[in-house]
Design a protein around this ligand. Structure first.
Ligand code: NDP
Ligand code: HEM
Length: 489
């Protein structure tokens, strides 16, 4: 058989004689079970899907690189940030949160902004969103919150009552829902939105000194958002609008880029800052901690195969490299478990060995076997530790830095119940009058789907506490009779 000319084979490499007509007994059939090529084809087709991500199911991705443009080595020993000009290959996946794999791109929803840096010291995943804060601040509330964003268990419809019931009973959501219902709730494209690490992370320098940091990827294309009517039209005309935009931009050589900046808080400030720095519903004021440039991320290559590279991509907030560590943020701590567990379920125990997830630096460990072990599985090398045959050894200089803790083990709420001052600053100081009007209209549009009055009243009370004008105008838009004690708050 000629090597040059590609010929069709079965999955085991046997040349296929006929790929158009199944093997039948006689001219009219029935079909013979002997046609193993047909059986294999039908059986493999039945197994083409892996479970979609339980959240962030719909998305698209691209390859690129990250280049350091500013020396931050006094704050972190991370090798990939060690010198100006250093380039690191990366892969990014953008997504919506609540919709299924085939849902529309241009809906009002946070957008995922998940970056995998293939550093020389292993993979570093920064699994963020296009908003700097989140709806809740303790991982224990996440499954309940997501249930309210998904479908009603009986009707299988999106359920505004559930959404606003949960939000009105979880006032820590006020900041995020204000950003979500602002113009930024529907980005024009993925290229035109910022990305944020959202949580606080820890950087550690060569001397063991720790800093708390927040990441901000600022789009070099400028922030642009979609008009809500156009977004609705696109959701039906072209539900894959954002995937298409990114793919075509890169294909046309119109390469999108982001400037990565960080806010840096000396570790000691964490005890005295006016907001709990580990509360993911809060930002750090830029006046308090100004943005410091780190580098530039450029997307320059489309995936060759969507399933292999985008669907099988597995990002985990627990994938750190030396010099970058977790903070005690209670949401982040839950996420350190949640993602790799999801990957083991979704794509298997050996997901880290898939080409898109595999580190480009050496990987040496004592894990072996498991479903679909498709690399050499460590060959004949030693598979236990300690050993006396020179197997890979730990490197004590890469231990995580000690972090002092005190108090009782207990289930406790956060200290601060101030859910209002930051959304107030957004509404009053950041938005102009036109943006405020659109924000109010977006709230009214969504809340008008709620038919349980007590939910609306509870939420309006929260809006009044943020700002009287905000509460009054939303109530007017909903034709809602507001009790006097709320108006006089
Ligand atoms: P600043 O005036 O320094 O920052 C305001 C920020 O708001 C800018 O980063 C701007 O982003 C961003 N912004 C503008 N419009 C919107 C919108 N519709 N939704 C979300 N963000 C928007 O003030 P402070 O740092 O004191 O923060 C004031 C308020 O700004 C905060 O309470 C928070 O609501 C919001 N904010 C703050 C951020 C922070 O990290 N401090 C980050 C994002 C929002 P850009 O420069 O890209 O236009
Ligand atoms: C995806 C859990 C909060 C951003 C996921 C997935 C899970 C999950 C299970 C699917 C992973 C997969 O199948 O590959 C959680 C839990 C949270 C939480 C338990 C809170 C405790 C957050 C927050 C952010 C975020 C705060 C952003 C700051 C993302 C992104 C993805 C994702 C971007 C998609 C990653 C990709 O593109 O593959 N989350 N999440 N999540 N989450 Fe979260």
């Amino acid at each position: 058989m000629s090597e040059e000319k590609k010929y069709l084979t079965t999955a085991t490499g046997t040349p296929v004689g006929d790929n158009q007509n199944s093997l039948t007994a006689g001219h009219r059939g029935p079909t013979l079970i002997q046609d193993v090529h047909l059986l294999e084809k039908l059986a493999h087709f039945n197994r083409e899907r892996v479970p979609e991500r339980v959240v962030h199911a719909k998305g698209g991705g691209a390859h690129g690189y990250f280049e350091v443009t500013n020396d931050v080595s006094k704050y972190t020993k991370a090798d990939f940030l060690s010198e100006v000009g250093k380039k690191t290959p990366m892969f990014i996946r953008f997504s919506t949160v609540a919709g299924e794999l085939g849902s529309a791109d241009t809906v009002r929803d946070p957008r995922g902004f998940a970056v995998k840096f293939y550093t020389e010291e292993g993979n570093y995943d920064l699994v963020g969103n296009n908003t700097p804060v989140f709806f809740i601040r303790d991982a224990i509330k996440f499954p309940d919150f997501i249930h309210t964003q998904k479908r009603n268990p009986q009707t299988h419809l999106k359920d505004a009552n559930a959404t606003w019931d949960f939000w009105s009973l979880s006032p820590e959501s006020l900041h995020q829902i204000s950003i979500l219902h602002s113009d930024r709730g529907i980005p024009a494209t993925w290229r035109h939105m910022n990305g944020y690490g959202s949580h606080t992370f820890k950087w550690v320098n060569k001397d063991g000194e720790a800093f708390f940091i927040k990441y901000h990827f600022k789009t070099d294309q400028g922030v642009k958002n979609l008009d809500t009517d156009l977004a609705s039209k696109l959701a039906s005309d072209n539900p894959d609008y954002h995937i298409e935009d990114l793919f075509n931009a890169i294909e046309d050589g119109n390469l999108p880029s982001w400037t990565l900046k960080v806010q840096i808080m000396p570790a000691a400030d964490a005890n005295t800052y006016r907001y709990d720095p580990f509360d993911v519903t809060k930002v750090w004021s830029h006046q308090d901690y100004p943005l410091i440039e780190v580098g530039r991320m450029v997307l320059d290559r489309n995936p060759e195969n969507y399933f292999a590279e985008v669907e099988q991509a597995a990002f985990s907030p627990g994938n750190f490299v030396p010099g970058v560590e977790a903070s005690p943020d209670k949401m982040l701590q839950g996420r350190l478990f949640g993602y790799s567990d999801a990957h083991r379920y979704r794509i298997g125990a050996n997901h880290e060995a898939l080409p898109i997830n595999r580190a480009k630096s050496p990987v040496n460990h004592y894990q072996r076997d498991g479903f679909m072990r498709f690399d050499g599985n460590g060959g004949s090398s030693v598979n236990y530790e300690p050993n006396s045959v020179d197997g890979p050894k730990e490197t004590p200089e890469n231990k995580t830095t000690p972090y002092g803790v005190e108090g009782f083990a207990d289930s406790v709420p956060y200290d601060s119940e101030d859910h209002f001052s930051q959304p107030r600053a957004l509404f009053r100081d950041v938005m102009d009058e036109d943006e405020r009007t659109r924000l109010i209209q977006n709230f009214v549009d969504h809340m008008s789907r709620v038919d349980r009055q007590e939910i609306l009243i509870r939420q309006i009370e929260l809006f009044y506490t943020v700002d009287t004008e905000l509460g009054t105008r939303i109530a007017e838009g909903l034709n809602l009779e507001v009790p006097e004690h709320i108006k006089n708050k």
